[in-house]
Design a protein around this ligand. Structure first.
Ligand code: SAM
Length: 285
């Protein structure tokens, strides 16, 4: 009879955050497939687990998935773990799961930590709906294009970010999404855990001042587009002219103010221009 593939969440910093069930599964399976065996060995040692480990990572995941599949088909139980948190969440794991499912094998989740959920629940931002966008592109051009795509999503936006890019990403977000409330959750579950709240520009300035080299692991959360997510009554109070006027008051020229307003409203620039002209002819501000 074929074995089972377990997808096991492991701590994101604090070694105590491994569930009883995860400990049992990691001790009972035949193989623990690790993103990095040396890294996960520390966790296994902490719990006195002696299970055999093999490595899988993004560079060998496809080949390794076939090998793991063969092991499971032969009746062995396999657990996959990543360096931290939940496999597959901005980490390798997806291919192994997909391959096992395609082969008709049983795949069982062993729930536990993931940085984005831990960050969201203490953010104070609305979490009834959120959009997790993984890591933003490293290059500013691609990052800004991605942010422009995300600008119209009426949910809290969540990203993972590397410390050396935090200032540039917050500044690009401010530029593309407009000023919004945001939260950066840093070093969750670790000694220097810190939750920083403020507007995008304030947080960018804070990290810029922080010795120019912010440290640690970070989750960035940005409040939803308040215009798009407003109820219909509130929405009707917004007109293109007042949003354009807001941007012009911030110092943007008429062309940029219109472009930014269109983005905030989730409409094309042509549509924004048509509405602006109509509003002005009706005598709105
Ligand atoms: N699989 C992991 C999960 O379930 O959260 C994510 C792995 S991803 C390669 C690593 C990124 O997750 C970090 O760059 C950071 O953005 C975020 N992260 C991981 N641990 C964190 C922590 N303790 N505090 C804040 N962010 C963390």
């Amino acid at each position: 009879m074929a074995g089972t593939l377990y997808v096991v969440s492991t701590p994101i910093g604090n070694l105590e955050d491994l569930t009883y069930r995860a400990v049992r599964v990691l001790s009972e399976v035949d193989i623990v497939a690790c993103e990095d065996t040396r890294h996960s060995q520390k966790l296994l040692n902490h719990y006195g687990l002696k299970t055999k480990t093999v490595s899988y990572h993004e560079h060998n995941e496809r080949g390794r998935a076939e090998e793991l599949l063969a092991s499971i088909k032969s009746g062995l139980d396999v657990a996959i773990v990543s360096d931290a948190g939940t496999p597959g969440i901005s980490d390798p794991g997806f291919l192994v799961v997909r391959t096992a499912l395609d082969a008709g094998l049983r795949v069982v989740p062993i729930p536990g930590p993931t940085a984005l959920v831990s960050a969201l629940v203490v953010s104070g931002l609305p979490i009834d709906e959120f959009f997790f966008a993984g890591f933003l592109p490293a290059r500013s051009g691609a990052r800004r294009t991605r942010l422009a795509d995300l600008a119209v999503i009426p949910s809290t936006l969540v990203f993972y970010e590397a410390p050396h890019r935090i200032v540039a990403s917050l500044e690009d977000a401010r530029e593309i999404l407009g000023e919004r409330e945001a939260v950066v959750a840093r070093e969750l579950t670790k000694l220097h855990e810190e939750i920083l709240r403020g507007r995008l520009s304030e947080l960018a300035a804070l990290f810029y001042q922080a010795a120019h080299e912010p440290r640690g692991e970070m989750v960035v959360m940005i409040d939803r587009n308040v215009i798009l997510s407003a109820d219909e009554d509130t929405k009707s109070e917004y007109n293109v002219a007042s949003i354009v006027a807001g941007f012009e008051a911030e110092g943007f020229d008429a062309r940029s103010a219109l472009k930014k307003s269109a983005r905030q409203l989730g409409i094309s620039r042509d549509e924004a221009y048509r509405r602006l002209t109509a509003e002005r002819s009706r005598g709105k501000p």
